[in-house]
Design a binder for this molecule. Structure first.
Ligand code: FRU
Length: 417
């Protein structure tokens, strides 16, 4: 019989909601992670050869997000779907791509065949930072609100801490879509929306003590169906130089011994609230989830909404799990379900693991992003050791009411639903 002490669809979680501007932060626990098991319901197939054609031979493509409305649904503009991707020149070595990343875009009539359109931000509008990292793009009243990470302090030299600085930023533009394609004009200035404050979210400086640098990135903006207000999720870390490994971080059930370094693994899912309905002014709230003593990075957090429940999604790497958990975790999509944004979430499938790379190639794909309806896009990192840098075949998840998921279909194309 299942061990009812270990989380999962066992009623352990109270499924209680808390005030959205309060200080309740849920936890992803060591005991839940210890329950991770790779099965054919969650483990992606190992590709023997490239399963897709590359989308463009001009740029590497990795983290990708579709143009959505505030309800997180993909929108069609004059019959076009639009995907935004981090891109870097394909002449660069693939692992170097992060340091020159720029947001590019693709358009498609059917969501399957993609045409590369180049960079999103025009030369004449100057984004803060040295490079652009992941975010989201929302169409509101005919204008696209581009949320992204301004990465690297202006002028910072390679090798200095400031080279890794991250701020949440945005710009907006009008969209022109017609028979010939899609373009943007009427650009706003770029604006920094939030910086790590050291009180709710760890600063770059506080993180320098630990083995992995902080994250303050990947803004995802949406309207919360519960209260009708606009919020932003993002990847953060718990404040201070290190954290305490509390009982709520260890959880109930067996888990491996806590290594002294575990206190530096402090990933969280951050929340900010729009000020007065504004799309360009946000205030930081307490994180909604932390993985203190569990994992350093809960990347690209995003949400979908179904039947009054919030499905909270994030991605993580094997190497960012705390020591003694690294052998259990993998590069994976993690998910939770709860009754509201700030609540006592239940990890999907007991452990939180929803999709994992095959153990034979833990870096085959990454940056899974769940669209409403359970369609998941991601990018191929490498196939049999050859860098791919293009979107991976889309996966359809079956999401069951009892907090269980399984891989229902793997399409033969990168497919934005
Ligand atoms: C995930 C990620 C994001 C970040 C981007 C940088 O693949 O680490 O968190 O925005 O890549 O390239």
């Amino acid at each position: 019989p299942p061990d009812h002490a270990k989380g999962g669809d066992n009623g352990k979680q109270s499924q209680q909601s808390y005030p959205i501007d309060g200080d309740y932060t849920d936890t992803w626990t060591r005991a839940q992670v210890a329950d991770i098991e790779l099965t054919d319901q969650n483990t992606l197939p190992l590709y023997e050869e490239m399963p897709v054609e590359i989308m463009t031979d001009e740029v590497w493509v990795w983290d990708t997000w579709p143009l959505t409305d505030l309800s997180t649904k993909t929108v069609n503009v004059s019959g076009w779907k639009i995907a935004f991707s981090l891109t870097a020149d394909r002449d660069l070595a693939f692992p170097q791509r992060h340091w020159t990343a720029e947001i590019g875009y693709f358009i498609s009539r059917d969501g399957k065949d993609w045409q590369y359109m180049g960079d999103v931000f025009p030369e004449e509008v100057d984004p803060p930072g040295l490079r652009e990292w992941a975010g989201s793009a929302v169409l509101v009243d005919g204008r696209v609100q581009f949320y992204y990470t301004a990465s690297g302090a202006d002028g910072a030299a390679d090798g200095t801490p400031a080279y890794f600085e991250q701020k949440l930023a945005m710009a907006s533009a009008d969209i022109n879509a017609g028979p010939d394609g899609v373009s943007f004009d009427g650009w706003s200035e770029h604006k920094v929306l939030a910086e790590a404050d050291g009180e709710l979210y760890q600063t770059l400086e506080q993180s320098l003590v630990g083995p992995i640098i902080y994250g303050f990135r990947d803004p995802f903006v949406f309207r919360n169906p519960d209260d009708g207000e606009v919020y932003m999720l993002f990847e953060g870390n718990s404040p201070g130089e290190s954290v305490e490994c509390l009982p709520e971080n260890i959880g109930e059930g067996d888990s491996p011994p806590i290594d002294p370094e575990a206190k530096y693994y402090n990933g969280n899912i951050g929340l900010a609230a729009s000020v007065g309905g504004s799309l360009s002014e946000f205030e930081l709230l307490a994180p909604i989830m932390n993985a203190n003593c569990v994992n350093q990075q809960l990347e690209r957090p995003h949400a979908t909404f179904r039947g009054g429940d919030v499905y909270l999604w994030t991605i993580t790497h094997k190497f960012t799990f705390a020591p003694n958990l690294q052998g259990i975790g993998s590069d994976s999509l993690i998910g939770f379900v709860g009754p509201s944004l700030r609540s006592d979430y239940q990890p999907l499938n007991g452990s939180g693991l929803v999709l994992s790379n095959p153990p034979e190639n833990n870096t085959q794909a990454y940056s899974w992003y769940v669209m409403p309806g359970g369609f998941v896009e991601s990018f191929l990192d490498n196939v049999q050791g050859e860098y791919a840098g293009t979107l991976a075949p889309t996966v359809k998840l079956a999401i069951q009411g009892n907090a269980r998921t399984k891989i229902a279909t793997i399409f033969n194309q990168p497919f934005i639903k």
